[in-house]
Design a protein around this ligand. Structure first.
Ligand code: NAP
Length: 311
């Protein structure tokens, strides 16, 4: 496939985030984009323009990319650097070129409305199946890494539970099967259990979870609801490892797990932590595809730095 050339001469603003943003910047710069990265600390990679001011990075940009992690309630942009204080305010969208694309894991409704008012198309990456399915690969590999760091046995030959059989659960179960584990999937929908069965896993409903938990050595939870309660945890192998992948507070009673002496860990943001280059590659391909669908003019009239005038 030919690389999309529409980024040539266009400005792309990347705000906050983790190492994915730098790798994404390098990918888009290789396509000819002029990439500005807003962060407190300068990027490790050469070739990206660094700014500590969100407005400066956004001025004249045709594409802005915020992190996959959500904004805080006051529009603060997530950053791996806790000392980064980057805020996206409603008025910032008017600094972008027109038309422009704004990517983020998700947008608070007020910011999405403001983006549209400024002629900018807000795209919530977390709502794209494609993103979740691809991100399930580094997530599953990262979960295996987290588990192996906390055990003395191999996954091969071990009894593993996977809770939930959506986009992450399916890849998690397949990864464990490929490593030679005995995998039991616990899912609430019969069709999910049927699909798990076709993949060589045992399948159970949540009413059978306490029984399925008996003696399990590893548990990987993808259900964002409290499912690993004390009664379930108490039936696991005494040296069991629980890796909770679900968003927010996860689905594990961590206090109960601690009391039982189990190794239980909440593991958010694994794609950015374990495979930022690969995860950035997924995002770059998706952004490239969406950008290629835009009716952008051949030459861009820049309102700010880094643009060739259309005039
Ligand atoms: P998904 O495709 O929506 O799958 C979620 C699964 O959980 C489905 O099987 C769903 O069942 C089940 N489920 C949801 N609520 C449930 C409940 N109350 N009781 C029982 N089952 C329930 O989501 P996903 O993309 O796999 O992501 C799963 C979680 O992992 C999310 O919280 C996501 O944010 C998180 N995640 C974390 C990482 C990380 O790095 N830690 C990476 C990617 C995703 P149904 O199909 O019946 O609805």
């Amino acid at each position: 496939m030919l690389a999309y050339s529409g980024f040539a001469g266009r400005k792309v603003a990347l705000l906050g985030g983790d190492r994915r943003q730098e790798y994404l910047g390098l990918r888009l710069a290789a396509l000819g984009a002029e990439v500005s990265l807003a962060k407190r600390r300068p990027p490790r990679a050469a070739g990206l323009h660094h700014s500590t001011v969100v407005a400066e990075a956004l001025t004249g940009a045709s594409v802005m990319v915020c992190p996959m992690a959500p904004f805080s309630s006051v529009g603060r942009i997530w950053s791996e650097d806790p000392e980064d204080v980057l805020v996206l305010s409603a008025s910032d969208f008017s600094l972008l070129a027109s038309p422009a694309l704004a990517f983020a894991g998700s947008f608070p409704p007020s910011l999405a409305d403001e983006a549209r008012r400024a002629g900018c198309d807000p795209i919530a990456l977390n709502e794209l199946d494609e993103v979740a399915i691809l991100n399930s690969i580094p997530t599953a590999e990262g979960a295996v890494l987290m588990a192996l760091e906390r055990t003395t046995v191999t996954i091969h030959g071990s009894s593993c539970l996977v809770l939930g059989y959506g986009r992450t659960g399916q890849t998690m179960a397949a990864t464990l099967r490929a490593l030679g584990a005995h995998v039991t999937v616990v899912a609430r929908r019969p069709e999910s259990r049927a699909r798990a069965t076709t993949s060589g896993c045992r399948a159970r409903g949540f009413d059978e979870l306490p029984e399925a938990a008996r003696g399990a050595r590893f548990v990987f939870n993808t259900v964002p609801a409290m499912v690993l309660v004390g009664d379930v945890l108490s039936r696991l192998h005494p040296q069991a490892v629980v890796v909770d992948l679900a968003s927010g507070q996860g689905g594990t009673d961590f206090a109960a797990a601690g009391t039982l002496g189990l190794a239980a860990v909440l593991a958010p943001g694994l794609p950015g932590r374990v495979a930022p280059e690969t995860a950035a590659g997924y995002l770059a391909a998706i952004i490239e595809r969406i950008a290629a669908e835009q009716p952008w003019p051949e030459a861009v009239t820049g309102r700010g730095v880094g643009f060739e005038s259309a005039g």
